[in-house]
Design a protein around this ligand. Structure first.
Ligand code: 5GP
Ligand code: MN
Length: 337
C-alpha cells in the first residue's frame, strides 16, 4: 500500500480538477470518507467536487464541506459537465460501478485517472487505475486515514478532516463494537481526538438526533412489526410505504432499526425490509459466521460485508417476507450452529 500511496502523492503534487463520489444511499462512512478527502484535497490547493448518486440522512448534513456536495439526481447535466472535465475521480466505499446508479455511465466513460478506496470484498479491478482495497479494514474512512499517513500528510489532518474520518469509523463499526474494530482502530480514534475531533458532540449529532416521528417509527417497528423466529435465531422487520408515510418518513429514519432485531437474545440473523419509492430494499445483519453478503448476493442482487449487507427485491413487501422466511428455512442448520 505504501507504494500506491506514493503514486497517489505524486499525482496530487500539482493542482488538479478532482471529483469524489461514493455509493448510492450514502451512509456515515461514505460521507465521512468523501468529505474528509474533500477537505484534505481542497486545503492543499485542488479544485474538488463531491457528487453523490442521491440524497442522504439529515443527521450527516452537519459535516464540514457538506454544503458543497452535489446530488446527481436532479443535477445530471452540471454533474456530467464537472465529471467530464475532471483529471482524477476518487471512488469511495463501493466495489462495483453499479452502486453509482445513473451516475455510473458518466464515470465509466470519463478518461479521468480513477482511484478506488474501499473495504468491501472482491472489488471490480476494472473500474479504477489505482486501487486501495482492504476488506479487513472496518471502514473506508480508516483506510483513507492509513493512506494519508502513508502519503506522509498526517500534518494536514485538521479538526474538520479528523471529525469526518471519526464519523466514518464510528458509524461503520457500530460505535466501535463490531468485530472489525481493532486496536489500530482505537489508536486512530485517539489520534483523531488529538487532532480536535469532538467525540461526544459527534455521537450526539449522529445518534441523539431523532425527530419525534422517527422515534415513534422505531417504537412501532419493535412493538408491532418485529417477527421473531427463535427456533432459527432469526428476525424480520418490514415496513410498507404507507407505514412510512404514517410516520412522515425522512431519509435516514429507518437507519439503526435493524440493530434492535439483532439485540434480541439469541438472534444472529436479522432482516429489515423497507418499501420506498416503489422499490423494496433489504438490510441484512448477522452475528458471527453467518455470511449475509452471500445471501444478499444470491437472492437479492446485492452484497456487502459478512455481517452487514443489503439488496433489493421485486416481490413486494409480502412476497419478500415470504422469501426471507424460505431462506431462513434453507439455512436453518447454519443458523442453529
Ligand atoms: P444497509 O443495510 O445499511 O443499506 O447496507 C449495509 C451494507 O450492505 C452497506 O455498507 C453496503 O456494503 C452493502 N449494501 C447495501 N445495499 C447494497 C446493494 O444494493 N448492493 C451491494 N452490492 N451492496 C449493498
Ligand atoms: Mn463502509
Amino acid at each position: 500500500m505504501l507504494k500506491k500511496a506514493h503514486i497517489l502523492k505524486e499525482l496530487l503534487r500539482e493542482p488538479k480538477r478532482i471529483v469524489i463520489t461514493t455509493h448510492r444511499g450514502p451512509d456515515g462512512d461514505a460521507m465521512g470518507a468523501s468529505l474528509a478527502l474533500y477537505n484534505l484535497l481542497t486545503n492543499i490547493g485542488h479544485n474538488v467536487d463531491v457528487i453523490t448518486p442521491n440524497d442522504y440522512a439529515s443527521f450527516l448534513h452537519w459535516m464540514p464541506g457538506n454544503d458543497s456536495v452535489i446530488e446527481y439526481n436532479g443535477n445530471e447535466l452540471s454533474s456530467d459537465a464537472i465529471t467530464n472535465k475532471a483529471d482524477i475521480i476518487f471512488m469511495l466505499d463501493f466495489n462495483c460501478i453499479s452502486r453509482l446508479d445513473k451516475f455510473a455511465d458518466t464515470v465509466n466513460k470519463s478518461d479521468a485517472y480513477k482511484v478506488l478506496m474501499d473495504h468491501h470484498q472482491d472489488p471490480d479491478m476494472n473500474i479504477a487505475d489505482l486501487i486501495f482495497s482492504d476488506p479487513d479494514c472496518c471502514s473506508t474512512a480508516q483506510l483513507l486515514y492509513d493512506v494519508i499517513i502513508d502519503m506522509e500528510m498526517s500534518n494536514k489532518i485538521n479538526q474538520d478532516i479528523a471529525e469526518c474520518i471519526y464519523v466514518g469509523i464510528m458509524t461503520d463499526t457500530g460505535s466501535f463494537k463490531y468485530s472489525s474494530t481493532t486496536s489500530a482502530t482505537h489508536n486512530i480514534i485517539a489520534e483523531l481526538i488529538k487532532k480536535g475531533a469532538r467525540n461526544t458532540r459527534i455521537h450526539d449529532l449522529i445518534y441523539d438526533n431523532y425527530s419525534a416521528d422517527r422515534m415513534k417509527l422505531l417504537g412501532y417497528c419493535i412493538n408491532d412489526k418485529l417477527l421473531l423466529y427463535p427456533k432459527n435465531n432469526s428476525a424480520i422487520i418490514s415496513l410498507t410505504s404507507e407505514e412510512l408515510d404514517r410516520f412522515n418518513f425522512k431519509k435516514g429514519d429507518t437507519e439503526g432499526i435493524i440493530n434492535y432485531a439483532l439485540a434480541v437474545k439469541g438472534i444472529i440473523f436479522a432482516v429489515l425490509i423497507v418499501q420506498r419509492e416503489g422499490v423494496v430494499k433489504l438490510s441484512l445483519r448477522s452475528k458471527g459466521n453467518f455470511k449475509v453478503n452471500l445471501i444478499a448476493n444470491k437472492f437479492f442482487n446485492g452484497g456487502g460485508h459478512q455481517n452487514a449487507a443489503g439488496g433489493i427485491s421485486n416481490l413486494g413487501v409480502e412476497g419478500t417476507i415470504k422469501k426471507v422466511k424460505e431462506i431462513i428455512e434453507i439455512y436453518k442448520e447454519e443458523l442453529n450452529n
